[in-house]
Design a protein around this ligand. Structure first.
Ligand SMILES: [Zn+2]
Length: 189
């Protein structure tokens, strides 16, 4: 394998050393400049990505902060808006068949998204109720779940039992899975 120096010696044999040195110095300066530009671009990309991350974090926080109801309402509003637009297009008789078909597809997609979200919430609610994290009547969240130790008499002996006491925001109180105080909320699923 040829070393770089051997390669330069061969080239110097053709053109002489002075022009070659000039070319090597120029190339070196050029490479340094390029690497500096690349470094600057990389730094700028990192800064942009950092900004983007902060922005995405904020978006995510907003999404989490907005309740599922708000999301469902937004999708419902979108479906209504598209339905109105479609009805107007049909009534005006100015839109082409292609435009109407496109609007119909847009509406069908929005309806599908809304239904998917509704199914997802139903499933999520079912799982949360199953885990005792929501009141099964009104969906109010679990506030406290404590374990109380009690001594009871059983077959002439005193034994310790653990009671699970779960209290919900709506007043529902469950002890060992039985209703001790009912849900007082007006809202129902
Ligand atoms: Zn309740």
């Amino acid at each position: 394998m040829q070393t770089a120096l051997e390669f330069y010696e061969i080239v110097a044999g053709w053109v002489g050393w002075p022009p070659l040195v000039i070319v090597i110095v120029a190339a070196g300066t050029y490479l340094l400049k390029i690497s500096h530009v690349r470094y600057k671009a990389a730094r700028e990309t990192i800064e942009t990505l950092k900004e983007k991350n902060t922005w995405l974090d904020l978006k995510l926080q907003n999404a989490i902060a907005s309740s599922p109801d708000a999301l469902a309402r937004a999708l419902e509003a979108r479906v209504r808006q598209l339905t109105d637009e479609l009805e107007r297009m049909v009534a005006d008789r100015e839109a082409t068949d292609q435009e109407i078909t496109r609007k119909r597809e847009e509406l069908a997609a929005a309806q599908a998204r809304r239904d998917e979200l509704a199914d997802l919430f139903d499933e999520l609610r079912r799982l949360l109720v199953q885990d005792g994290l929501l009141c099964p009547e009104c969906g109010s969240p679990l506030e406290t779940r404590e374990h109380h130790y009690e001594s009871v008499e059983w077959k002439g002996r005193e034994i310790d039992v653990v009671r699970e006491v779960a209290a919900y925001g709506c007043g529902l109180l469950m002890v060992d899975g039985r209703v001790e105080q009912p849900c007082r909320s007006e809202s129902r699923y």
